[in-house]
Design a protein around this ligand. Structure first.
Ligand code: UDP
Ligand code: MG
Length: 314
């Protein structure tokens, strides 16, 4: 029978966690009683360096119910790294892993459908929200624009999928081979090359508390979603340089004609010629250097991705 591990990243979730754990545990129990998953299936709460009582709540929950495990990161490294830490921890301790948010926005009732897809042969099952009604207008519009941008830059990713996802043990092992720091899980997982499936679910509003993603953090994630996969933004600089160089030719002809017909103020011709020529040359040069830097960038940041403060595996 399937041993399931549910990985839940938690950052300052003291308002939500007690209720979320209750709901998710009830779902786990129901799946066990219907023999969908094995009895030793469990939840792993990854505390992402919370500053509130999140970890204390996890410790208490673990004492009361051994199916609830915990992992505390020493620092707040962001949801992506909290998820990686959790997935690496459960990698050798489960058949399948499902990652979901701590705020009950991801529907626990979709878990059964995900496992069915896994039994059907999928190594990765993406939870895709059926609508974005629970989002603000601004978030909805920026998300749509971002997906379009990603598509234009050739990045493989499933639209309207966040971090609610099933991964087989095999997928977890493959993912572990990606040691990069500028991480955008959705992109990497989508390109692992394993069999994928989709389960749609209605995304609820946050159960309690406020979003832990500032616009800044969201923007950094979105940037990673493009720059860690695509060198196209740099080629855009290069192309702009080439385009300006072409315009430069037209400007040069116009400036020389003005000069020869005596219309030009003294000094203007040489000035305008150098400004356009140097401008486009600088852009082309930056484009070329940028191409190399882009390739070096990810390779050089060989920092440890996280430090584990405590572990609750007993
Ligand atoms: N989260 C995290 N570290 C962070 C920010 C968020 O582990 O630095 C967790 C958070 O506790 C939640 C999940 O990531 O379980 C999604 O965050 P949130 O619900 O705030 O994002 P939103 O749904 O608003 O996009
Ligand atoms: Mg949320």
């Amino acid at each position: 029978m399937t041993k399931l591990a549910i990985v839940i990243p938690c950052y300052n979730e003291q308002e939500t966690l007690p209720r979320s754990l209750q709901v998710i545990c009830a779902c786990l129990e129901s799946l066990v009683s219907r023999k969908v998953i094995s009895e030793d299936s469990y939840l792993l709460c990854v505390d992402d360096g919370s500053r509130d009582d999140t970890w204390q709540l996890i410790v208490k929950a673990h004492q009361e119910d051994k199916r609830i495990k915990g992992l505390a990161l020493a620092h707040n490294r962001g949801q992506q790294f909290a998820l990686i830490a959790g997935m690496e921890a459960v990698c050798v301790r489960c058949d399948v892993c499902i990652t979901m948010d701590a705020d009950l926005q991801d529907d626990p009732n979709a878990i059964e459908g995900m496992i069915a897809q896994w039994l059907d042969g999928a190594d990765i099952v993406f939870g895709v929200r059926s609508s974005r009604d629970t989002d603000s207008w601004l978030k909805r519009t920026t998300a749509m624009a971002f997906y379009r941008l990603q598509r234009n830059f050739g990045v493989e990713a499933v639209p309207n999928h966040a971090e609610f996802r099933l991964m087989s043990n095999r997928a977890l092992h493959l993912l572990a081979a990606y040691g990069e720091r500028s991480i955008y899980l959705r992109g990497i997982i989508a390109q692992l090359g394993l069999k994928q499936a989709v389960v749609t679910y209605p995304r609820a509003a946050r159960a309690a508390g406020d979003t832990k993603y500032s616009w800044g953090a969201l923007f950094r994630l979105a940037m990673n979603g493009i720059t860690s996969f695509s060198a196209k933004p740099i080629t855009l600089i290069f192309k702009t340089g080439i385009f300006l160089m072409l315009i430069d030719i037209v400007i040069a002809i116009w400036a020389l004609v003005s000069f020869l017909s005596g219309d030009a103020v003294s000094g203007w011709t040489s000035l305008i010629l150098s400004v356009w020529f140097l401008g486009s040359l600088v852009l082309i040069s930056i484009g070329i250097i940028g191409d190399y830097i882009g390739k070096i960038y990810i390779e050089t940041k060989q920092r440890p991705r996280y430090a584990i403060r405590e572990e609750l595996f007993d």
